[in-house]
Structures are given as C-alpha cells and as structure tokens.
Design a protein around this ligand. Structure first.
Ligand code: FAD
Length: 516
C-alpha cells in the first residue's frame, strides 16, 4: 500500500456507523483505516473525592453508557471488516504518537463546538499542519453549522428561537438523504507495539465497590439508539401530536418523551438522521404539531443552544457573559448539598434528584422544577452550582444544552418571567396525585398516605408512625418554607433586574455585594 494512503478515524462523540461523513471519508481511497478511541483517564477513572461514584467529570451512569456505546461500536465495526482500537492516555499525546508510529497521513474526526474539543482540536491541528497530515473534520453532530448561522446574522448568534428558525431555514444536506451505513471498511493496518486494549469494563476502570445499586435503564450504543428511534417513530400518531411541555414528568415506567438525548449526546444517533426520519413521518400523516412544541421543534432547540453557546464568549458563566443577567446569587454549600443529595424535605424535588443520581435522566419538566427550586424559586443558589451537578450526573450531559437551559431556568437569559415559579408541592400532584413517582424514588415515603405525600411534614404524628416515616428522622423537614422563600427570591430578582437595567451591562462585583 503506497505511503500516505492510511487514515486514522478519531472517534470522540459520533459513536456510530450511520451518517458518519468523517468515517466515510476515511474509508474512501484508503488501504487501511485505524478507528481509534482514546480513553482519557481524567474523564473515566474514579475520583475518590467526588460527591458520588464516578470520575471528576462524569457520574458512573454516563461512564457505563459510554462503555456500552464503545462495545456496540466495536461490534458494528467488526461487522464491516474492522474493529475499534482503544488506547489510554492524554488524548492529544496518544493521537500524535499513533499518527507518527503508523505513518498516517489523513486524520478524520467529527467537528465539535464544545470548548473541551475545540482545545484538543487546536492542539492536534498544530501538529498535523507541521507534519503534513490532511485533516477532514465535517459538521455532523448538529443539523446546522453554528458558524454559518452566526455568519448569516452578521457575526452574532440569534438570541431567540424564532430568529434562529428564520436564519436557519432548511438544513443544506436535506436534498440528499444522509447515509444509513457503510457496508465495508478497509482493514486496520499494522499497529506495531502500540498499547491497544479492548473496551474496558467498569471494574477494570477501577470501580470495584462503587455502592451504586440502581443504574440507568437506558443502554448505550448505536444499535440501541436505532431501536429506540424506530419504537418512538412507529407510533405515528404520537409523533404527529407530540406537544411539549404537555407530557407527564412523573412517568418513569414509560417516559413521556423519546429518551433519545443520551444517544444524541454521544452521537450514537445522528440528529440529521432523526430529522430525516421525522420528515418521513410528517409526510404520512394528515396533520402534525410544529416547532417549538413538536418533536422536530425539540431537535431545533438543540441546534439553537449549540449556536448561541458557540457564539457567546463565557457562555458557561455569569461574570463576563454579555447575555447573562448579573444576579447576587448565594453560595450556600449546605443548601446546595441538600438539593444535590435529595434532602430538601420536598418529596417532589428530592425524588427527581434521586432519579438523577440513579438514572442520569429526568423528564424536561422535572429538570425545570429542580433547577427553578435551586435558583430563583426557593434557595437562591447560583445556577452555575446546579449546572455542575447536572453536568456530572446526567447521561445526556451536554455543554451547550445544559448551560443554555440553566441560564433559561434561572431567568438569567432567554426567559425573564421570574414571577412564574414552579410549586414544589402542587406541580407534581397535577400529574401524579397518588405520588407513585415519589414512592419509587424515595422508599422512606412509600407508605405515606397520598393526602400527605407531597407535604409529609403536615401529616399528624400518628400517621407518620403508621407510615414508619417520622419527619425530621426518617425523612427531612423542609429546608425552607416555600411561600416565604419564593417571595424573597422574587424580591431579590426584581432588585437585580432593576440594577441590570440601570447599569446597562456594567454590573460589577461590588454592585452585587451591595445587594447581598
Ligand atoms: P425529547 O422531548 O424526546 O426531545 C428530543 C431531543 O430534542 C432530545 O433528545 C434533545 O436532544 C432535544 N431537546 C429536547 N428538549 C430540549 C431543550 N430544552 N433544549 C435543547 N435540546 C432539547 N438536554 C440534554 O440533552 N443535555 C443536557 O445536559 C440538558 N440539560 C438540561 C438542564 C436543564 C436545567 C433543563 C431544564 C433541561 C436540560 N436539557 C438537557 C434539555 C431537555 O430536558 C432534555 O434534552 C430532554 O429532557 C431529553 O429527553 P428526551 O430525549 O426524551 O427529549
């Protein structure tokens, strides 16, 4: 095989064979293709100081989901004559070593807008441009290229969904269907003495006695993603009538939405393929809902947040972020820990947080409730602290979407109706009057009569004894009183909004301190 005709396919997200233009390009005109995934120990290995099992950056559920996705990718690659080469170490160092050792002159990987990958890519490209290695890095994680939209808008990201839709129009690839797979890949070349391993198990990564008793019911991988997509889309009526936010956030046996988010996050499912399949369903029904509430509309929200996040410096923080209201949030570690660990004394809030720990996934409205409670609804704790907890524990944890939604829910950006607060007692009751969701995730309350399940501190002592749940002992008392706490939050928000208006974007730390 002549020199230079090998390609290295660097998998990061995009863990799939279907609609994978980087992989297709690698396969073209190459004698050998090296499909590589680099395990970054920082992302994968146990952090004994973390507040729950997992690494410094990811909870155990997401690590498990990623390992399952890699196993599935390896199996799918083997079916087309290849395999996944798993290596371990600092990704850029490992990659450069492989390119040199295997004398590869073409590097292919999916373009990524996350700051973490932007940084990796800059470092890798420094080497490839010096070494004369061709780089092919197409946009296929999102429907649109965020850069194109920002350019169309005169260099600034659109800040409303409607203006985003207007600028975006139809995706450019829509006229030619995306690929549904590759039938054959060139073989893997000689790997020399590179340290290649199989996909490790969770135990091999060092998680021996992790103490997690319930894992996410959603198994990782492209095969599972395509099955899940098919199951969702087979129900054409459900797809045609999909209307968010109308679903039931407490439905956990059969969630009210697709639960495709973890698969989209890791790229086990292509958002473009999802879009294309949705269009097929819409063609075959009499009428269907439209963005922003439709299922297609949800995918467009994803692209909206990707675009704003990419075009906004310091998008993931309050200070220095031009689209973020400056608010004198509290940094109260006790209240934060009570929220994070499901100990606020509000069963609806605590059950959702336990679902986050156990499953790494919650319904969108459930996320609304707990994010509102932590920030502008009750505890007035900084949204960045809540964002960190979600970022680590969600299986679908996504830099752009997570930060975007925390900005939204805390009324820091996009949405400003701070008087509209989710009640931590009556909101859940509308959907689940018997409290089955709470009983499942908070077994301490499983025998509490339904009259008290959302406000167990109001149950008479005799009822608490009968339910074997003494409030203050078996389940906590409320950390704040919702009525007074939410009034105080609204007052503080009003004050902060007035300050932001008066100082017109130049609110400093001293101004915030005066409000604290
Ligand atoms: P469906 O309703 O079936 O929607 C299909 C897809 O559309 C989703 O998989 C997702 O990719 C996209 N989508 C849906 N809602 C949104 C939204 N509001 N914004 C952007 N894209 C959306 N979603 C993540 O994928 N990762 C996150 O880290 C994340 N963090 C969030 C944090 C907060 C505070 C809140 C309120 C929401 C967050 N979301 C996040 C958005 C949303 O809750 C999830 O995408 C959704 O619940 C996933 O379930 P699903 O796949 O069944 O959604």
């Amino acid at each position: 095989c002549p020199l230079g005709s090998s390609s290295l396919m660097w998998f990061r997200k995009g863990l799939r064979i279907h609609d994978n233009p980087a992989l297709e390009y690698a396969a073209k005109n190459s004698c050998f293709v090296y499909p590589v995934f680099v395990i970054d120990p920082h992302y994968m290995e146990p952090d004994p100081n973390a507040f729950s099992p997992g690494s410094a950056r990811a909870g155990l559920n997401r690590i498990q989901f990623l390992l399952e996705s890699l196993l599935d990718l390896d199996a799918n690659l083997r079916e087309i004559g290849s395999r996944l080469l798993v290596l371990k170490g600092e990704p850029v160092e490992v990659l450069i070593r492989c390119l040199k050792q295997w004398n590869v002159k073409r590097l292919c990987f999916e373009y990524d807008t996350d700051p973490y990958y932007q940084d990796l890519d800059r470092r890798v490209k420094k080497y490839t441009s010096m070494a004369g290695v061709e780089v092919f890095s197409p946009v296929s994680h999102t429907l649109f290229n965020p850069e194109d939209i920002i350019q169309k808008n005169g260099g600034k990201p659109p800040l409303t969904y409607q203006s985003f839709l207007k600028l975006a129009g139809q995706p450019s690839w829509v006229s030619s269907p995306v690929s549904t797979g590759i039938s054959r890949l060139p073989p893997v070349g000689n790997v020399g003495d590179a340290k290649i391993s199989n996909v490790p198990t969770i135990e091999e990564l060092g998680y021996k006695d992790h103490g997690q008793d319930e894992f996410s019911p959603f198994k990782g991988g492209e095969s599972e993603a395509l099955k899940r997509l098919k199951n969702s889309l087979d129900n054409k009526e459900w797809v045609a009538n999909f209307e968010k936010p109308k679903g039931n956030p407490s439905a956990y046996l059969k969630p009210a939405t697709t639960v495709l988010s973890p698969y989209l996050k890791f790229g086990c499912l292509s958002s473009r393929y999802f879009y294309q399949c949705l269009q097929e369903v819409y063609k075959n029904v009499k009428q269907h809902t439209s963005p922003p509430v439709s299922l297609l509309g949800q995918l467009l929200w994803r692209d909206f947040f990707y675009t704003v996040a990419f075009g906004t410096p310091k998008f993931d923080q309050m200070r220095g972020n031009k689209i973020c209201k400056q608010i004198p949030w509290k940094d109260d570690s006790e209240l934060l820990a009570a929220w994070r660990d499901g100990r606020t004394g509000y069963p609806w809030i605590d059950a959702i947080m336990v679902q986050l720990h156990k499953w790494g996934w919650m319904h969108h409205l459930a996320r609304h409730c707990v994010a509102c409670f932590l920030t502008r609804g009750d505890l007035f704790v900084h949204w960045e602290r809540g964002r960190d907890v979600f970022e680590r524990l969600l299986v679908d944890s996504d830099w752009a979407i997570n930060n975007g939604n925390w900005l939204w829910l805390s009324c820091s950006s996009f949405f400003y109706e701070y008087n509209r607060i989710y009640s931590p007692t009556s909101f859940g009751k509308k959907f689940d009057p018997r409290g089955d969701f709470i009983r499942h995730f908070l077994p301490a309350l499983k025998d509490m009569p339904k009259e008290y399940i959302y406000e167990p501190w109001t149950a008479p002592q005799s009822i608490q004894i009968k339910a074997r749940c003494i409030i203050g002992k078996d389940y906590p008392k409320p950390v704040v009183l919702h009525d007074s706490a939410s009034k105080e939050c609204k007052r503080r928000l009003a004050e902060a909004y007035a300050l932001n208006k008066r100082l017109n974007g130049s609110v400093g730390e001293e101004d915030l301190t005066k409000l604290r």
